[in-house]
Design a protein around this ligand. Structure first.
Ligand SMILES: Cc1ncc(COP(=O)(O)O)c(C=O)c1O
Length: 428
């Protein structure tokens, strides 16, 4: 794969390009709303993470909930990444994209026995178990399958991170993980079970983390647990620090993986543990944009609205987290400064992509790019208001491929039936 010689998204003349491809051409060819991803940016993010930790044994398991398109999964798998999955569906996708079982970790508080069975059959690296009852279920599944289950316990380190309240996961009040003072007992129980193999210890403290210090605090707590387990003959060899590294959406100063490495690696001196990371957002957020077409302007006097063809069903983050996404015209040239709310066609007041944003006054038909939309964009999208989900395009260099077709209205009703008792004549 050739290295990028230019910035991922940049204007050349009046036109916005992703790598070597003009976004206007993609909008014309594939229509809008359309997600567009830069494969080069995804790979360069992956490589920067990988390089930062290359002095120690490590695996980067992409948290595919951020964006589970097969084209992206295959690209990352080819570069050496594994994946972090949270469902049987994600396992299916990962395997379909060619991710080897040996590079898959399974997170989540509610894995079903069917999902565990499928993952065990796929020979995954480890199950990040989040409760005693889940551990018992895993042991039952393993016994039934006649196959040892590799296990790590996700601990809740009770560490605070400065992020949106819906994105912290490592505080005691969150549903995730096993509280520290119960983890040791659970490991003792696991070590005694002939169907479980203690493989690792894991924590994931939150998402969109901009200050790396809580990772240091977390690592110290995990190492303390490892040290308490050692005299018992219990040795989890993999230390999984989770994901969460933040990115730039607005004017944040996002940390780089090297800062994380500089913080964590000194704490690991003299230990022979393998590190595992589960970054999601960091790998894909800045690599993606959502192209949307201006439909109408509405100017009631006290403010302006620009109504576009993408909506909260396509990109839920503004409605869910009040998230900021930059909006860039894909063709420069219109004059003036126009402040407007950028809203979608959905019948909810929360359906907006940007609030009070200053842009040149658009004409209907103009296309805008909603930036930094590669993570938790398409993967959180829905068909709400019976809106077919957007297409997705992956670009590498000068090449672009449609990696997911836009849904049709037929896709909306696939699998549905009308029972006989619903049918009948028309009422007068
Ligand atoms: C267990 C686990 N690992 C990793 C991630 C990825 O987080 P991020 O996308 O912020 O890197 C998540 C996100 O919810 C998660 O729950």
């Amino acid at each position: 794969m050739t290295r990028l010689a230019y910035d991922t998204f940049c204007y050349r003349g009046k036109d916005l390009f992703v790598e070597g491809v003009k976004l206007a051409d993609l909008a014309h060819r594939f229509g809008t709303p359309l997600y567009v991803y830069s494969g080069g940016k995804i790979l360069s993010q992956f490589e920067s993470f990988d390089r930062a930790f290359n002095s120690v044994p490590h695996t980067i398991c992409y948290a595919m909930k951020a964006n589970s398109n097969l084209g992206i999964l295959a690209l990352l798998a080819k570069a050496g990444a594994g994946v972090d999955i949270v469902s049987g569906g994600e396992l299916f996708r990962a395997r379909r994209a060619g991710v080897p079982g040996s590079r898959i970790v399974f997170s989540g508080v509610g894995k079903t026995e069917d999902e565990m069975t499928a993952a065990l059959r796929a020979g995954i690296l480890m199950f990040n178990v989040e409760s005693g009852e889940e551990m018992d279920a895993l042991a039952r599944v393993a016994r039934r399958a006649g196959k040892l289950a590799p296990l790590s316990i996700r601990v809740n380190p009770n560490v605070a991170v400065d992020t949106h309240r819906h994105m912290t996961t490592g505080k005691a009040e969150n549903k995730f993980g096993v509280v520290m003072n119960q983890a040791e007992a659970l490991y003792r129980r696991a070590a005694k079970n002939p169907w479980l193999r203690v493989t690792g210890v894991q924590a994931h403290i939150g998402s969109q983390i901009l200050d790396v210090r809580p990772y240091g605090e977390t690592l110290k707590k995990l190492l303390d647990l490892v040290d308490r387990l050692a005299p018992l003959g219990i040795a989890p060899g993999i230390l999984d620090i989770g994901g969460g590294l933040g990115v730039v959406y607005n004017s944040e100063r996002a940390p780089r993986p090297i800062q994380l490495a500089e913080l964590l690696l000194p704490l690991l001196k003299g230990r022979s543990l393998k590190l595992l990371f589960e970054p999601g957002r960091f790998l894909v957020a800045e690599a993606g944009c959502l192209l949307t077409k201006v439909l109408y302007r509405k100017e009631p006097g006290h403010k302006n609205f620009v109504i576009v063809d993408a909506a909260m069903n396509d990109l839920a983050r503004p409605a869910l987290y009040d998230a900021h996404h930059p909006v860039w015209p894909i063709r420069k040239g219109r004059a003036g400064r126009y402040v407007a709310d950028v809203v979608g066609p959905i019948c909810e007041s929360g359906d907006y992509l940007a609030k009070a944003r200053a842009l040149p006054r658009p004409e209907p038909g103009d296309v805008w790019a909603v930036m930094a939309a590669g993570a938790y964009g398409f993967s959180m999208s829905s068909q709400y208001n019976a809106r077919p989900r957007a297409g997705e395009v992956l670009v590498v260099g000068n090449e672009s491929r449609l990696v997911r077709k836009r849904e049709t209205v037929e896709d909306l009703v696939r699998g549905e039936t009308i029972p006989s008792f619903s049918r009948g004549g028309n009422r007068p």
